[in-house]
Design a binder for this molecule. Structure first.
Ligand SMILES: [Zn+2]
Length: 383
């Protein structure tokens, strides 16, 4: 019997070690990968620290809290849900699998919970805000509720803004002017990281991203709160894109006035997005530990995903889509793995990316990718 059929007959769902009812809560089965990654990160943290206390600020039916407790061995959880109609099923789910002393349930705005933490001087090892929309209104308080070297797992689902289709909203949420270009899945993660970093720096701290994950229309980042001296202005900057030729490049603050595409006799200004996070999306050591744990738990698909994410680390903060390469090459859309192999033969580094299946991350320029693609495929007759 399938999981969904069992659930429809009994009302009980199973995921990882948790069993739970959903009731009127919003629950997306597809988000399991993100929950698995969160559990792995929390478990790695728990192995490295004497305690794991979790604030689950937007808990829904409590699935993430249950999994942090049962699989990552969280010692204690504050579980908050704004919707009072969900509280009964949330309490029932937690009480069915956890001792009463292990959790505390509240109903109300997460803003009040975070402010309560500030008043009580309560700090958490992991603050999880699984927002619908943008978490920007909570970032400052979220940082204040996180222990130094503790973790924050934050989500934005505002894909229209992340993809550069609403720069005014982007300015409001991220303090950045996001424009549309082909690598916007990565842009969304970097806008979110940039906004968190900015809030952290304003409070005298910095952040270190442990992993960043895009799926569907959802952008998730797991960051560690670290001391302020880890921040430098090189971590903040812009991505410039030339729509006529497909070129992308990093633009630093001091280079803004010279931001033109180098591929044209008459200079063409780059379309500029930012400021956003230009540091790494992931931490190699932490990802390796997560991957080892995934292997030990038999989570082979997650292990594979983590390996792909780890490979993304040394590359520029954007990717090139195969469709755009094919279009500019006036050639067939290249097969990803063939293009990667051909780029490597030319001495470039190149990998696939979890951000977009039909894309590559590479040290080659876009023009070099186009030239390589032209050697791979028959030119279109219209070329
Ligand atoms: Zn250009």
């Amino acid at each position: 019997m399938t999981e969904s059929l069992t659930a429809s007959l009994t009302g009980w769902h199973h995921e990882g070690a948790a069993q739970f009812q959903v009731g009127e809560a919003f629950f997306k089965q597809d988000s399991r990968i993100a929950r698995d990654l969160g559990v792995l990160a929390a478990a790695v943290y728990r192995q490295q620290n004497p305690q794991l206390e979790v604030l689950d600020g937007m808990s829904g039916c409590g699935i993430r809290s249950l999994r942090y407790a049962l699989e990552a061995k969280a010692d204690w959880l504050w579980v908050n849900e704004a919707n009072p109609e969900i509280t009964a099923v949330l309490r029932q789910n937690l009480a069915a699998q956890l001792p009463q002393a292990q959790f505390h349930v509240t109903t109300g705005s997460v803003r009040l919970v975070l402010q309560d933490c500030l008043v009580q001087r309560r700090y958490f090892d992991l603050v999880d805000l699984d927002c619908f929309g943008s978490p920007s209104a909570y970032l400052a308080d979220c940082l204040r509720a996180t222990r130094l070297n503790g973790l924050m797992y934050l989500t934005t689902t505002d894909s229209r803004t992340c993809e550069g289709h609403n720069p005014t909203a982007s300015l409001r949420h991220f303090g950045a002017y996001a424009r549309a270009h082909p690598a916007t899945h990565e842009q969304g993660l970097r806008l979110l990281l940039g906004a968190i970093a900015q809030q952290a720096v304003m409070q005298g701290f910095a952040i270190a991203p442990l992993f960043s994950y895009f799926q569907g229309q959802t952008y998730r980042v797991m960051v560690r709160l670290v001391k302020g001296h880890h921040w430098s202005e090189d971590l903040s900057g812009f991505i410039g894109h030339c729509h006529p030729c497909g070129h992308s490049e990093v633009v630093h603050w001091r280079g803004l006035s010279r931001a033109v595409c180098p591929h044209h006799a008459t200079p063409i200004p780059l379309t500029i997005s930012g400021p956003l996070w230009l540091g790494s999306l992931h931490d190699l050591d932490f990802l390796t530990r997560m991957g080892n744990l995934a292997q030990a738990w038999g989570w082979h698909h997650r292990k594979k995903l983590i390996e792909i994410m780890a490979e993304e680390i040394p590359f520029p903060p954007y990717f090139f889509t195969l469709g755009e390469i094919g279009r500019h090459a006036k050639a067939d859309i290249p097969k990803r793995d063939r293009l990667i192999a051909a780029l490597q033969v030319q001495g470039h580094r190149a990998v696939m990316t979890h951000l977009e299946a039909q894309a590559v991350k590479t040290t080659a320029t876009f023009a070099e990718c186009v030239a390589v693609a032209q050697t791979l495929t028959h030119h279109k007759k219209s070329a």
